[in-house]
Design a protein around this ligand. Structure first.
Ligand SMILES: [Zn+2]
Length: 219
């Protein structure tokens, strides 16, 4: 957890009711383009932002949260300090949630958008019936076609996320390359029907201390 660096402490975490769609919600924007820092042990106020599957902010002192248990979480950032958190399962990917979030960032002044993928189910563990896979791949692109460890048809969520980022001109940077179903230590809805969820928090950190280039705090 990065806590050093300049800028105000994060005081508020926005969260959303996720529905596997493509609605992007912008949080209140008092103040712009200041780096923030997450301080371990310091309480933050959770604020419900509404129903949707992506959050965009330009404000300092806030973090954005999405919850997942096999779906992809994606952190987006830009040099301007505009950032987003995205919940993206196959339905959301097909609906264009990543393009929607990148577009919302650009409409607020973001130039070079970068994205990092969090833990999600990987193709090795995400078997799909061939007919269903054909329908999904027709929307997400052929890169979304994968194989399970046994060689059966599978959906490749990380590849679909990469394709979505590329297709809207965003650059992918290193995230957390873990399969929630088999890596251990993660919640998986599909493998174990876990009730718990991983949380991805994104805030506009100091680029000298953030884990990913150009600003998004990725933890
Ligand atoms: Zn796996």
């Amino acid at each position: 957890m990065t806590s050093v660096g300049a800028g105000p402490a994060v005081r508020t975490v926005y969260w959303i009711r996720q529905v596997h769609g493509a609605t992007v919600l912008a949080v209140p924007t008092a103040g712009r383009h200041a780096a923030s820092r997450m301080v371990p042990g310091r309480p933050v106020e959770p604020v419900f932002a509404g129903t949707g599957d992506a959050l965009v902010a330009v404000a300092p002192s806030v973090a954005l949260a999405v919850l997942t248990a096999d779906c992809a979480s994606v952190a987006l950032g830009s040099p301007e300090g505009i950032f987003a958190a995205v919940h993206a399962g196959w339905r959301g990917l097909a609906a264009g949630v990543i393009a929607g979030a990148v577009g919302a960032m650009r409409s607020r002044g973001a130039t070079e958008v970068v994205g990092a993928l969090g833990p999600c189910i990987h193709a090795e563990c995400y078997e799909f019936a061939e007919d269903d896979l054909a329908c999904v791949a027709a929307v997400l692109g052929t890169r979304a076609r994968g194989r399970t460890g046994e060689g059966n048809p599978a959906l490749d969520i990380p590849a679909a996320v990469s394709s979505a980022l590329v297709s809207c001109g965003a650059a992918e940077v290193a995230g957390l390359d873990r399969c929630t179903a088999c890596a251990g230590g993660y919640f998986s809805h599909r493998r174990r029907a876990d009730a718990g969820r991983q949380a991805l928090l994104v805030w506009s950190g100091d680029s000298r201390t953030a884990a990913a280039p150009s600003g998004p705090g990725f933890r």
